[in-house]
Every structure is written in C-alpha cells, then in structure tokens.
Design a protein around this ligand. Sequence first.
Ligand SMILES: C[S@@+](CC[C@H](N)C(=O)[O-])C[C@H]1O[C@@H](n2cnc3c(N)ncnc32)[C@H](O)[C@@H]1O
Length: 292
Amino acid sequence: MCYKVFNEDCFDWMENQSENTITAIVTDPPYGVKEYTEKELVKKRAGSGGIWRIPQKFDGCTRQPVPRFSVINDDPEERKNVYLFFERWARLAKKILVPGGHIFLASTPLLSDIVGSALRSAGLEKRGEIIRSVCTLRGGDRPKNAEDEFPELSVIPKALWEPWCLYRKPLAEKTVAENLRVWKAGALRRPAIDRPFSDFIQSEKTPKIERDIVNHPSIKPQSFLRQIVRAALPLGEGIVLDPFSGSGSTLAAADYLGYDSIGVEKDTEFFRQSLHAIPKLSKLYGQTTLQI
Ligand SMILES: C[S@@+](CC[C@H](N)C(=O)[O-])C[C@H]1O[C@@H](n2cnc3c(N)ncnc32)[C@H](O)[C@@H]1O
C-alpha cells in the first residue's frame, strides 16, 4: 500500500488527471468556502481570531474558543458561491472517478441541500446520506443578548450529528456485478460478512491523542474515517482520494487499512504537517481495537 500527498489546489490537480483513475473519494471540504482562505489562515496563525473562534461569550456562558465556526448564512450570494464551488468540483470528481466510484462528502445540515443539488447537476447519483453522530458546539443557544428573557428557547437545534453525502458516478456496465468486475467499484464494502454497511455511525469528537499529533482545526477521528474509507473500496482494491486532505487523516485511515491513497492540500503548512502525521495516526490503536 502507498500514499502520496500533493501541495496543490485540488481544482488544478483534478484538471490534470486522466479520466477513470480514482476508485473513491472521501473528503471534508472547506464549507464556508472562505474558511480556509489565505486571509483567515493568517489571522488564525497570528492568534488573532479568524473564523475558527466561537466568541468567548456565547449563549450567556463563557466558553473556551473551539475550532471551526461556520460562517455560512442565508445570504443568496453566499449560497450561490457554495453551489458554484461544489458544481465545478463535482464535474472534476466525476471525470477522474471510475464508473461506480463513490464519493463520501462531509457536510452540515444547513448546507447539504445546496451541495447535493450541485453534485446531482454535475451528473452524480445520490446513494444516501450517512449520519455521523457527534456532539458539536453548534446550535441550541438562546436568543443572543436576551438569554435571561427567553431561557426556555433554542434558536436553532443543537447539532448532534453530521451528514456525510454519499454519491456515485453512474455505472458503465449493465449490472453492479459486472461493474465491480471491470472497475472494482459500484458497491460498498461491508464491515463484516453478516453486517451491511449502514448509514448511521456512532462517532466521537476527535480524541486528544490525535489532535496532539497534528494541529489542524478540522481533523476528523480515525475511528470514524477508518469505517467509511474501508467501505469506499468494495474489493479493497484501487485508490482513495482526499482532495482536501488537511491533516492527512483520511490517508492515515487508508494506510491503516492497507489501501492506496492520494491527498491534495493547498496550504503548505497543513501539507507539511500531514507528512509527519499520516504514519503516526495510522499506527494508533493497533489492529484489533477497530470496531467495524
Ligand atoms: C475541513 S478541512 C479538512 C480536514 C481533514 N478532513 C482532516 O481531518 O484533517 C479542509 C482542508 O482543505 C484545504 N483546502 C481548501 N481549499 C482547498 C483547495 N482548493 N485545494 C486543496 N485543499 C484545499 C484547507 O486548507 C483545509 O486543510
């Protein structure tokens, strides 16, 4: 098994790839679109805020700043930008995926409709939505600056799950079986012979041991990634791509599973960190503790 990481913009990288070369994509894109811009990264690295910081005063309580604060709102211009970003991305993904290749794409309940329609209009088939159960700090709060007046209200539900959109490039062969024989893609690998891959995955916040290995604001846990990366290559053959690879966590999960993978990360600092992090994350927990 092997992995490669490229320090590039994934749109450029995908443009330059040949058709039908990637077996599956597992990725967690920058949802605010502006979230990972140069300007926001500079602010974050200077320790002067940036969009990852939830205000210290929030919901009438004082909190520690936490990573990643979504800045998406219902501004039509912003919604249009998200749609265009994902439509362009999905057209490139469709080109490089083999027929029947799956895409697992992290989303948020506030945006998955826009992202889904962009992926569909690019010609990808919706195959389901995976619920990753995880207690986030988003939502649930009382009306701002009126917490005492409305103690019994929440303005928006507290988010206890994260949707992962599941899409597939249409098959090229007549049946799934034939597509699997020709392209090694078209279905999802079961966690065990007597257990189908299912769309609810009990998850957790990324453990400290993983966050101590690599300082990335959006690192996903190995316990979850190992399950979906495993499902992404139905026959355990081919290449998994993470075009927004961040800390390299998807590649680490692939490495753990003995899969080949490719990552693309635009930011040079995250790219460098991922080179050190991948082998360390991959070795965590041993081979026997994975609950799949
Ligand atoms: C939400 S994070 C991914 C985190 C990753 N799943 C992990 O567990 O570490 C998105 C990543 O995409 C990178 N990124 C943003 N735009 C990009 C682009 N156009 N091409 C490649 N990487 C990009 C950001 O720098 C960031 O590291």
